[in-house]
Design a protein around this ligand. Structure first.
Ligand SMILES: Cc1cc2nc3c(=O)[nH]c(=O)nc-3n(C[C@H](O)[C@H](O)[C@H](O)COP(=O)(O)OP(=O)(O)OC[C@H]3O[C@@H](n4cnc5c(N)ncnc54)[C@H](O)[C@@H]3O)c2cc1C
Length: 584
């Protein structure tokens, strides 16, 4: 039997029925595209996922990258994968034509990425290359762009993001890597970077590091950070002064080497202007964070489908009301309410996550494609506000999804006989990299909610209110539209209450429970997405029963948790602030 790792019908429903992504083709920037070209992109990703990625899921996990005599060896499939991705044009599919891309909307490439990551998230190489290449296309000189971007998009050269240092993870303002100007206009880089994904390997011909550092004498903090391009091999073919100091042994996504790199006077080129490095990185951040959300949803998808298949096949026990009838056959475990609860949670959180990812990607594409300044502002603000939630919800809910998926397998879930244990390990990194959940929470509550004096917030509330109005025209949805409306008002109140604490200047008190606020917002916007899905299903008479039942699960089982979070956020007893006398 063919293994399912994504539900293609659900993806089509979300893209074309719920979010109507072909609307994007009305913008001149996307006018060469149509449903046909979108489907072709998704089909290409599916073929690589099924032919190359999924068959190697286990072996990529078991055959970890090795560092020997200073060289990194990765699983042989990595080379075949990179070649296939390069030849298919998928790495740079959403780049502009002039940069070697096909101007496919990011909404479509996100879903193509989801299909690939669901097949095997241990082959997470090309998103890094695309991110690094995009930094070059946006900010590098045309000479550097012409030399470096084409082999990267062809899958021959690996791109990396070199940000983290031993003392500077969440706090990038503390980086110390130094760049010393050279007479020929290049820079000599001195310092160490840790946890660098795909930081070196033998499946590519060159590695192109996009690295942040300080030009000697630059100011402290974020204002003194510049962006550099540091290749493994220099244009004359000699090896740059970069040492593989170590390789981390991770609990998941083992196929990608996480490297500890030493830069010992390595030759580098400045990208853009001095001291603006972090602002360039931040411009790429929305995309990278949506990318991590995609990885969370992808691994969850594979875990859910594995659990669903198992639950339909595994006989164990009898129904609760016939438990004593030992002479009757055992039933498949999917017939037990508790197993159905676990599966419904996985399905509701997963499909809600994917819908949110499509929604946010759509705002990204609309913000880029529109020429109307008002529309641009609206979509940009919505994108900014939703990004920390779109990064976090699929990853944090994904950790729970893979946990429940493993639980569905019982004892077998704890063994290597089934892939559930691998998904449980693979997903765990997603709430950590590209900004931990704690950092996303501070970004949301401390910055995004009041972006442009609350304009972003007002746009979001209006979008949600509009979904409620559309849903209310269906009797079956009316109670849920009301429930979402009540929650919207409660969330508005609690947000303004928290803002009143911010105004007192007690910043630590204001942000002390920001993560709980982020969880609340996650459930809220996913409920919005479920109401949208319910409305689309009834409007278009597609997937009505499955959509309404899963939507109901989300409203009846997940939304009640919001009351507890709101209660906690109002509670004046704060135990988490660092006290005068510590008790921990
Ligand atoms: C497998 C893997 C791949 C990675 N890939 C890359 C890569 O390609 N490139 C790259 O540059 N980096 C990469 N990273 C690094 C990753 O981005 C960092 O690990 C992450 O940003 C957290 O930094 P840290 O590990 O130093 O943890 P810390 O920053 O020390 O955080 C530890 C804990 O403290 C919390 N914390 C820290 N500061 C605050 C604060 N101000 N307020 C509240 N809570 C706080 C965090 O939320 C976290 O829970 C990778 C990491 C791993 C494990």
């Amino acid at each position: 039997m063919k293994t399912i790792f994504v539900d293609k019908q659900n993806l089509e429903f979300l893209l074309y029925d719920v979010h109507e992504v072909t609307r994007l083709c009305q913008y001149p920037y996307f006018s060469d595209h149509s449903r046909e070209t979108f489907d072709m992109t998704l089909e290409t990703a599916t073929q690589i996922a099924e032919r190359i990625m999924f068959p190697q899921l286990t072996s990529v996990d078991r055959q970890e990258p090795q560092l020997q005599n200073g060289e990194v060896t990765v699983h042989p499939i990595v080379k075949e994968f990179l070649q296939a991705m390069g030849e298919s044009g998928l790495i740079g599919a959403d780049f502009p034509y002039e940069d070697g891309g096909a101007q496919v909307p990011m909404t479509i490439t996100s879903i193509a990425g989801l299909i690939a990551m669901a097949a095997n998230s241990g082959l997470m190489y090309t998103g890094l290359t695309a991110g690094a290449a995009r930094l070059l296309t946006n900010f590098a000189s045309s000479e550097l762009k012409e030399r470096y971007v084409p082999p990267m998009l062809a899958g021959k050269w690996q791109g990396t993001m070199c940000l983290t240092e031993p003392q500077a993870g969440s706090s990038l303002s503390d980086i110390t890597t130094t760049a010393v100007p050279q007479a020929d206009g290049t820079f000599a880089i001195q310092g160490q970077k840790i946890f660098i994904s795909a930081g070196d390997h033998d499946a590519c011909e060159n590695v192109v590091h996009l690295l942040i550092g300080r030009i000697q004498g630059a100011p402290l903090g974020t204002k003194g950070i510049s962006l550099f391009m540091v290749p493994k091999y220099l244009p004359d073919g000699t090896r740059n002064a970069i040492t593989n100091m170590g390789i981390y042994h991770k609990i998941g996504q083992k196929g990608v080497p996480a490297m500890h790199l030493g830069f010992e006077g390595a030759t580098a080129w400045l990208i853009g202007e001095p001291n603006k490095g972090l602002s360039y990185m931040f411009q790429m951040m929305n995309e990278a964070r949506i990318g991590v959300g995609i990885a969370g949803a992808a691994i969850s998808s594979a875990a859910y489908h594995a659990a669903l298949t198992y639950a339909k096949e595994r006989p164990q026990s009898r129904r609760l009301h016939t438990k004593s009838a030992v002479d009757t056959p055992q039933v498949p475990i999917i017939q037990h309410p508790d197993v159905r609860r676990m599966l419904l949670f996985q399905k509701a959180a997963l499909e809600g996550s994917i819908s949110l990812l499509v929604q946010t990607s759509l705002y990204f594409d609309q913000a880029h494609a529109t020429t109307d300044p008002e529309e641009k502002e609206k979509y940009t603000l919505l994108l900014e506000l939703l990004t920390p939630i779109t990064k976090t919800y699929p990853c944090e809910a994904g950790v729970k999804i893979t946990n429940e998926a493993l639980q569905c397998f019982g004892g077998y879930g704890f063994t290597q006989d089934f892939p559930a244990e691998q998904y449980y390990r693979d997903i765990r990194i997603t709430p950590i990299y590209e900004g931990t959940t704690g950092i996303q929470a501070q970004d949301l509550l401390g910055r995004k909610v009041m972006l442009q004096q609350g304009k972003a917030w007002a746009y979001l509330q209006k979008e949600i209110q509009q979904t409620e109005s559309e849903a209310a025209s269906f009797d079956a949805l009316k109670p849920y539209a009301q429930q979402l409306g009540q929650l919207r008002q409660q969330i508005d109140e609690i947000t303004h209450y928290l803002m009143s604490i911010a105004q007192t200047g007690e910043t630590e008190r204001f942000l002390s429970d920001a993560t709980l606020y982020l969880h609340l917002m996650g459930n809220y916007v996913v409920a919005w997405q479920w109401l949208k899905q319910g409305t689309a299903a009834l409007n278009k008479k597609v997937r009505e029963e499955v959509t309404l039942k899963t939507m109901q699960y989300f409203f009846h089982y997940e939304i009640p948790q919001c009351a507890a979070w709101i209660h906690r956020l109002r509670d004046e007893v704060v135990l988490t602030q660092y006290p005068e006398v510590d008790f921990l």
